[in-house]
Every structure is written in C-alpha cells, then in structure tokens.
Design a protein around this ligand. Structure first.
Ligand code: IPD
Ligand code: CA
Ligand code: CA
Length: 273
C-alpha cells in the first residue's frame, strides 16, 4: 500500500496535467442537441464529451500505470475493473452532466485512485473557476496548491448541501424529509448538481455537510480522500464505511455536523441503501 501511495504522490503533477487538460476539453465545448443522449431512467444523460473525456483519461492513465483497473461512469473500451496491478482509477469524466448540458458552468472532472480496495488519492477539477482539488493519503488535501482544512462548524453555523437524481426516485420522500430538517437547522441549503464539487466544498470549508441517499463510487471516490485528508468525515448515513463496488448512501461533513445529520437520519428511519 505505502509503495502505491508513494508512486501516486510522485506522479501527482503529471496526473494533474492530464486532468486539467480533460477539464479544458469539457469547458471549451458546449454539447449541441445531437451530442446529448439518454441513458436508463428519467433525466439520465450522457454527452459525446463525457465519452471522449473518459476515453482520453483511460488512455493516458493506462500508459502511466500499466495494468491498472478502471471504474468509469461511461461504457467505453478499457473501462475494466481489473486490478491486477492493485491500482484502480474511479473516473467521472463529467460530474454535473445536467449542469453541463444546460450551461450552468458548474461541473468537474473527478478521478479517484484505490489500492487494494482502499481509496488512496483523489483529484477533482472545475475548469470554470480553475479550482483543482487534490489529495494523496498522508500528504494532506489541497486546492490549487493551498492546504485545506475542514471547518469545525456545526450544522447551525454553516451551509449544508444534498444531492438527488431523478433516476433514483425511490428515496424521494425520505430524502426531502431530511433535506427539510437540514434547511431548518442550517444557515442555508444547496444542491449544486455535482456531488464531487459539493463534497470538495466540505474540504475547503464552504459546506458543513453533504447528504445523498444513493451515489455511485465514481461520484464520491476522489472527494472522499480530499475530505479525509482535510480532516473531515465521509461514510454512509448510518456511519458505516463507503462502498467501492456498488452505490451507497453518503453522509459527509465536519465532525460536529455529521453527528447531527446522522441523528436526523435516525429520527426519520433513513438507512443505507
Ligand atoms: C450526478 C451529480 C449530482 C448527484 C447525482 C449524480 P452526473 O452525477 O453528481 O449532483 O446528485 O446523484 O448522479 O450524472 O452528473 O455525473
Ligand atoms: Ca457523477
Ligand atoms: Ca458523470
């Protein structure tokens, strides 16, 4: 494990260059109607740029780390969860695809790295505001090179965020009951449309908590390392460990806010999916 962490730390600058380039591809293209395609479920989209960026990242990363595995959101060649080398990259080529399609300019490229089924590094780039979040296990979390620390605020003292997707409608009632409590017990409530960016904002001190009842590993993998290296907490709503092989609930935040939101979830009998 330590050997893998050291290798990623040594190649972090090279990875940053690749991920920044992927972000520039996203930013410099707006998907025209013909480039947007429907996936399974309501309002679940993929654009030609999601696919193009994932292919680019898999190509570059497999050249840098031969034999590594990939768990990417889109169906492309090379997206093969084969971790023969011990390393696996969790890729969300565009997190915030709906934002992207509708010109919100709030989306990112997210790349997490695991070794032996544990997350060891994360990189999240929002090219619209040139914010590059990064963390390697034991080396701290950074935003454009500046060290990050979560705040020590409680729920009442900060902004809370939550996420949801129309294609995961099963949890709607439970989610909005809890979201109402977050709204009533915080300074304000947000749904940014990019789970990775809402999570990174815990690391940078802007958000005190983030809740989503069903997220895929490639949505939160990179941000999980960034939050932990900044001193924050990320787990499932019942406090159990995040899952890397299937979707799970996510509750992240400052130590104080996470305890408070956990209690709200218990009150409404919201448990892990
Ligand atoms: C979505 C975003 C959204 C979250 C959804 C995700 P996508 O990812 O992160 O904020 O609430 O659950 O699926 O589809 O834009 O990559
Ligand atoms: Ca996503
Ligand atoms: Ca995506």
């Amino acid at each position: 494990m330590k050997q893998m962490v050291d290798m990623i730390a040594a190649k972090a600058d090279q990875m940053e260059e690749i991920i920044r380039h992927a972000g520039e591809v996203m930013k410099s293209n707006s998907p025209a109607a013909g480039a947007v395609h429907a996936k399974d479920g309501i309002a679940n989209f993929v654009t030609d740029f999601d696919v193009r960026i994932q292919k680019y990242l898999i190509g570059e990363l497999s050249r840098m780390f031969p034999g590594c595995g990939f768990f990417g959101e889109e169906e492309t060649d090379g997206n093969d969860h084969n971790t023969a080398s011990g390393l696996c990259f969790f890729i969300d080529p565009i997190d915030g695809t709906t934002n992207y399609i509708f010109g919100y300019h709030h989306s990112c490229v997210s790349v997490g790295v695991s070794s032996e089924e544990r997350m060891i590094a994360g990189f999240v780039y929002n090219p619209y505001v040139d914010e590059f979040f990064s963390a390697v296990q034991g080396h701290g979390a950074f935003l454009n090179g500046q060290r990050l620390h979560v705040s020590d605020r409680s729920l009442e003292e900060g902004i809370a965020a939550y996420g949801c997707a129309r294609y995961n409608e099963g949890d709607t009632n439970a989610l909005f009951q809890v979201a109402k409590e977050l709204y009533l017990n915080s300074l304000s409530l947000r749904n940014g449309g990019s789970a990775a960016l809402d999570l990174c904002r815990i690391a940078s001190g802007s958000n005190v908590a983030y809740l989503e009842l069903k997220l895929q590993p490639y949505d939160f993998a990179a941000a999980s390392v960034i939050i932990r290296e900044a001193g924050g907490i990320i787990g499932q709503v019942d406090g159990s460990e995040i899952l890397l092989d299937k979707p799970c609930s996510i509750l992240a935040g400052t130590p104080k806010a996470v305890e408070q939101v956990k209690q709200v979830c218990r009150n409404f009998c919201v448990c892990t999916c």
